[in-house]
Design a protein around this ligand. Structure first.
Ligand code: COA
Length: 259
């Protein structure tokens, strides 16, 4: 049996691939076990500066939770409860490196929740994005109801959650659910270029800027601004910020060490 999640590292980029194309990369138990492990391995590897998440096959980024498992497990209530308590999605929030979701085709339910846990969402023109859970008598379980309103606002989040409608890539771009849309044939190259761009930037600045922006949705303005200054102060003491200034003065490309 092939691995449900692949991790390949090349040129400072960790490519994590959901690898069940025959099931539209639906998240079964094996995938939910392997995905946080891959994220944590990429986070721990000093050779990695950027993480990319994508789906194998032509048709889907990820079709959400594996619905076939819903009826196979002895107690669905127990199963869902365990998902809430031992949330595998936490691996995303604990990652200091930038994570890019590269979305093509179907991106539904848990697939969208995963994408929402990433920092930047780039989509192919064929992407179809939505939260069908309420139509199955359930709802999101790994942050969708909380992250979606933070990204698109309350009104659009409620519309998506309650109707289950699938949005096109263009509409998703319009409402800021994804920030970049490219033709399907160009998705890989555009993702690789974005990842290379991020990987060349100073890692500490990436980590702390990400921390500040993510905190913005949870903190009162005054506390958020205090955090911002604290994080900036940390960055002012890094070698990389001196390297950036020196490279500017010497009219050359900077080489960032992550220190
Ligand atoms: N769980 C398990 N298997 C899934 C799946 C899911 N969430 N989504 C797709 N698959 C499987 C299908 O069962 C099918 O496999 P099979 O032929 O062995 O049965 C294969 O992927 C292709 O899907 P299929 O439904 O034949 O393709 P389609 O183009 O007609 O429809 C979708 C594609 C994604 C619209 C449809 O499969 C769907 O609605 N999936 C469920 C999405 C969902 O509700 N996710 C949230 C779950 S909480």
């Amino acid at each position: 049996m092939s691995e449900p999640v692949l991790l390949e590292i090349a040129d400072a980029v960790a490519w994590i691939t959901l690898n069940r194309p025959e099931a539209m990369n639906a998240l079964n138990t094996a995938t939910r076990d392997a995905l946080p492990k891959a994220i944590r391995a990429a986070e721990a590897d000093p050779a990695v500066r950027v993480i990319v998440l994508r789906g194998a096959g032509e048709r889907a980024f990820c079709a959400g939770a594996d619905i076939k498992e819903f009826v196979e497990v002895p107690s669905p209530a127990e199963y869902r409860q365990s998902r809430v308590h031992d949330s595998w999605i936490r691996a995303f929030d604990e990652t200091r490196k930038p994570i890019v979701a590269s979305i093509h085709g179907i991106c539904l339910g848990g697939g969208l929740e995963i994408a929402l846990a990433c920092d930047i969402r780039i989509a192919a023109e064929d992407a179809l994005i939505g939260l069908p859970e309420t139509g199955l008598g359930i709802m999101t379980g790994v942050g969708g109801s909380q992250r979606l309103p933070r990204v698109v606002g309350l009104g659009l989040a409620l519309d998506m959650m309650l109707t289950g409608d699938r949005l096109s890539a263009a509409r998703s771009r319009e409402i800021g659910l994804v920030t970049r849309v490219v033709p399907r044939a160009e998705l890989h190259a555009a993702t690789a270029a974005l990842a290379a761009h991020l990987a060349a930037r100073p890692p500490m600045a990436m980590a702390l800027a990400k921390e500040a922006v993510r905190a913005a949705m949870d903190l009162p303005l005054r506390e958020g601004m205090r955090l911002e200054v604290d994080l900036l102060t940390l960055l002012l003491n890094t070698e990389d910020r001196l390297e950036a200034a020196r490279a500017f003065r010497e009219k050359r490309k900077p080489r960032f060490s992550g220190r």
